[in-house]
Design a protein around this ligand. Structure first.
Ligand code: PLP
Length: 397
């Protein structure tokens, strides 16, 4: 389990890496690397080629599809491989809008990942109508408001399963029931949920679900879109007949093999995620709250991913914190990785009604099965010193 990549940051000097940013991306599992390597080195055939060398690659895709389906609790035919979570979400939204062009309304939330957010913003500019649902201070939705927002011309309801910044979980089964009763299509972005909480899509009333490999100890650049077998699908990428005519383009065989393996491994570690990873997160969170004054947990602590904590450190600037923590070899995040570096306070924390100041003082720490108690203990020595230093500087300024 202690597979450690070489240090990658000059800023880290001799400090061992403490990687607490698993919602941004994850360390690729060595078991997964071993499984995919032969498909880079030896079995490079095109899975669409009829000869047996190509069919070996096709067979590998089939095995991967079945492994993903086993983790999702669905049929292999419902698994469509894509290039990333963002593509999966774009494809689901595109398909829903193509299904019935008279329906030009989408219901979504203010706390979605930019994959959904920016797509809907772009659609709004093209004349589609978007209803943006707000959240309360815990990051939770009002389901009565969601129900009331669905109209006869609604093409799709798109509500994420697990929030990437706070880890807050939406009650996706209840939402699916509400949407199904209104006879509208439902998509959920479950990129952060895969491998952390169990899925039973065979009895779910969900039409589309997006997933991404690199959040699951698999390489970047491969995703999955679950498409319910009773849901008509309009492809986004048109060309060859790959993925049963639902996504043109030669498949990324090695990465898909990796995704399949990552799902098989994740099934074995699921219990560990719910217990051991959660207890690492809890020990970290309790340790920070005990050692540092003026810290608050952002979002619903009861309904959230087992690996995530979002904390606001009163009076601090998260960008400055990130820089100092980086020098100590600690990787964490201010908001989501995709928006890090921007000066805007997190849209998720703002939607929860937090001030710009609190939003800008927030850091996300996200753990995985590759983290250890020793790493948490070390971080609990470093972080209070960094906070104290920054607070001293702020007082002096
Ligand atoms: N959705 C959520 C909730 C995410 O956290 C991410 C990645 O951070 C994505 C979608 C996008 O996934 P990908 O990086 O595979 O495009």
């Amino acid at each position: 389990m202690q597979y450690r990549p070489a240090p990658f940051s000059k800023a880290m000097k001799q400090e061992p890496l403490l990687y607490f940013d698993n919602n941004a991306t994850t360390q690729v599992d060595p078991e997964v690397v071993r499984e995919m390597l032969p498909y880079l080195e030896n079995f490079y055939g095109n899975p669409s080629s009829a000869y047996s060398f190509g069919q070996q690659a096709a067979q590998a895709l089939d095995t991967a599809r079945h492994r993903v389906a086993a983790l999702l609790g669905c049929e292999a035919s419902e698994v469509l491989f894509t290039s990333c979570g963002t593509e999966s979400t774009g494809a689901a939204i595109h398909s829903a809008l193509e299904m019935d062009r008279d329906r030009q309304h989408i219901v979504t939330t203010r706390v979605e990942h930019s994959a959904t957010l920016k797509t809907c913003e772009a659609l709004a500019k093209r004349g589609y109508e978007i209803t943006w649902l707000g959240v309360d201070s815990e990051g939770q939705l009002d389901l009565a408001e969601l129900k009331a927002a669905i109209r006869p011309d609604t093409a799709l309801v798109s509500v994420m399963y697990a929030n990437n910044e706070t880890g807050v979980l939406f009650p996706i089964d209840k939402i699916a029931d509400i949407v199904r009763a209104k006879k509208v299509l439902f998509h959920t972005d479950a990129v952060q949920a895969l491998g952390k909480i169990p899925f039973h899509l065979s009895d779910a009333k969900i039409n589309f679900v997006s997933f991404s490999g690199h959040k699951l100890h698999c390489p970047k650049g491969v995703g999955v879109l679950y498409v319910n077998r009773r849901t008509k699908f309009h492809p986004f990428l048109i060309g060859g007949s790959q993925e049963n005519n639902r996504r043109a383009g030669t498949q990324n065989v090695a990465s898909i093999v990796a995704f399949g393996k990552a799902c098989e491994v994740a099934g074995r570690w699921m219990e560990h995620e719910a217990t051991e990873v959660a207890s690492l997160r809890d020990a970290f969170e309790a340790g920070i709250l005990e050692r540092i004054s003026g810290v608050e947990v952002n979002g619903d602590r009861e309904h959230r991913l087992p690996n995530t904590t979002s904390l606001s450190f009163q009076g601090l600037d998260s960008e400055a914190m990130l820089m100092l923590l980086d020098q100590k070899g600690i990787c964490c995040s201010a908001g989501s990785a995709c928006t890090a570096g921007s000066l805007h306070p997190s849209h998720v924390l703002k939607a929860m009604g937090f001030s710009d100041e609190r939003a800008r003082a927030s850091l996300r720490f996200s753990f995985s099965r590759f983290n250890t108690q020793a790493e948490v203990s070390r971080a609990l020595e470093i972080i209070p010193r960094v906070v104290e230093k920054l607070r001293r500087v702020a007082v002096a300024a």
